[in-house]
Design a protein around this ligand. Structure first.
Ligand code: DGL
Length: 277
């Protein structure tokens, strides 16, 4: 099968990376809308327009299914895209349900981080109404974090100060919160920092596994078990050839090793952060 996965930028690679682990034999087209990143501070109309263009582009590449590897784009556009096109279109949503289930009867709360658009869209309100019946979730906008990720700035003093300040606005500690839900795919790159700031007791929960498992069900393909060791990417060709992937940035195919090495770095970072739960 050929699977199209897209995001505004590098966040969607965390979903692609999960797909590599679970469906190593499929073929992938990854599309980052680098010309328009970030989506999370743009208008709904703009986002809808970008998403529609990308979906049309991926359809011309004969994909069997599309994964919108972006919570923001999903919130705004997944319903409209499903109405307009007939192929399976999957989206992301903040993994509040597993966080509520893990929290159980504890008195602790759940912190859901996302972009401003995801937080103000009705889709999240509806999700909370359905799964957060005991009103345990607090929402936290992180408007700048996507740009830190795009600059590959995962560990600088300025990103650390930014995350600390945002956490302080809700008094985030491991006494207060049982889990931190990463409601934006770009937020995966910072897992070690959340752990450092919040301590070991807070669970870090993303929606990647859930989305990829759902993809397997929709396409009726069998999921590989989690291996003992991570994937090892040594050269750009490892990701392109081993995982039969074509990478695009806003419509341009990325073929040169210099630009592909950015993807290599991202996948290696994602392999590293994968062990932080
Ligand atoms: N990765 C996108 C998400 O999951 C980030 C959107 C943006 O570009 O702001 O929401």
């Amino acid at each position: 099968m050929r699977i199209g996965i897209f995001d505004s930028g590098i966040g969607g690679l965390s979903v692609l990376n999960e797909a590599y682990h679970r469906f190593p034999d499929q073929e992938y087209i990854f599309y980052a809308d680098t010309r328009h990143v970030p989506y999370g501070t743009k208008s709904e109309n703009e986002i809808l327009h970008f998403v529609d263009e990308i979906v049309q582009f991926l359809i011309t590449k004969n994909v069997d299914a599309i994964v919108i590897a972006c919570n923001t784009a999903t919130s705004v556009a997944v319903a409209a895209m499903r109405e307009k096109y007939s192929l399976p279109i999957l989206g992301m949503e903040p993994a509040v349900k597993p966080a509520v289930e893990k929290n159980g009867d504890e008195d602790k709360r759940i912190l859901v981080m996302a972009t401003p658009v995801t937080i103000r869209e009705k889709k999240l309100a509806k999700l909370l109404m359905r799964v957060d019946v005991r009103h345990k979730a607090d929402l936290l906008e992180m408007p700048e974090l996507v740009c830190f990720a795009e600059r590959e700035e995962y560990d600088s003093d300025s990103v650390r100060d930014y995350v600390r300040q945002r956490f302080m606005t809700v008094n985030a500690t491991d006494e207060k919160y049982s889990s931190l839900v990463l409601g934006c795919t770009h937020f995966n790159y910072f897992k070690p920092m959340y752990r450092e700031i919040l301590g070991d007791k807070v669970q870090l929960i993303d929606g990647n596994y859930g989305t990829i498992r759902h993809l397997g069900e929709v396409l009726d393909i069998t999921m590989a078990k989690e291996g003992d060791s991570g994937l090892i990417f040594n050269t750009p060709q490892d990701i392109v050839v081993t995982f039969k992937t074509t990478y695009y940035e806003s419509g341009d195919e990325i073929t040169d090793n210099i630009r592909l090495s950015k993807y290599l770095r991202m996948h290696n970072r994602l392999e590293f952060v994968r062990n932080f739960h």
